[in-house]
Design a protein around this ligand. Sequence first.
Ligand SMILES: Nc1ncnc2c1ncn2[C@@H]1O[C@H](COP(=O)(O)OP(=O)(O)O)[C@@H](O)[C@H]1O
Ligand SMILES: [Mg+2]
Length: 243
Amino acid sequence: MSVRIHKPALLDRLPAGHQVIEASAGTGKTYTLQRLVADQVLAGIPLERILVVTFTDKATQELLTRIREYLQKLLDQRESDIETPFWEVDDLGRERLAKALRGFDRATISTIHGFCRQVLQEAALEGKTLFDRELVDARSLFERAFRHALAHTFSQVPDHRLILEASLAQGGRVEAIEEELWSVHNDGGVLLPTFATWETWIGALDLDWFRDPTALLATWKAAGVNANTLRAASEGLACLGAG
Ligand SMILES: Nc1ncnc2c1ncn2[C@@H]1O[C@H](COP(=O)(O)OP(=O)(O)O)[C@@H](O)[C@H]1O
Ligand SMILES: [Mg+2]
């Protein structure tokens, strides 16, 4: 017995081969993926040879549920649809659907990182890497690295220790420092001054106007900088130049 089941016209308009479906929420990505997978299964591609990946755990769970439900729906349908185009589902098609459902646990429908992890694990021998890998998020790794640096560097290396102590003495908290460093790390920024004492930092700049700020002050004056500000800047620069 063969049943005609409506197949979205979109499927025939998609180019053959690997597909990326990218669209806003609620626009029908999962809907399309359910039908793409069914289309391949009906064409005789075993489900375990199809790779379906998405970004989040939540989207993965939804994909799993909805793909399974959709395959089951096609398998159970007994009445022909009248809309075209359609899949002609016969005994062979139903056998393919049933087989996909029986082996559904072997389907690779996962997050992108979950899939990468699976590949690394399966290729552990070729890649000479560990069999047992743990999937951790970057933030908790950063916390571990920070705690390590705190114990072995920030509190031990004299220059670092000076800055750490100064920060704590001013009411800084270790958690806040960690949070600050994490945001710098994430934004790809650079923390200035680098962990060195001010003296070495300023020495490294080697700017002549610390020693003779006349030209710099003249530029500021020409730019209309307030006289009091100029005087304060002049004194400040003189101190740094002498240091
Ligand atoms: N072409 C379509 N025809 C009918 N219903 C659709 C179509 N595309 C999406 N839907 C419905 O719209 C809703 C959102 O689609 P969904 O695939 O979950 O979106 P996305 O995965 O992009 O967030 C679902 O209820 C889905 O069944
Ligand atoms: Mg979705």
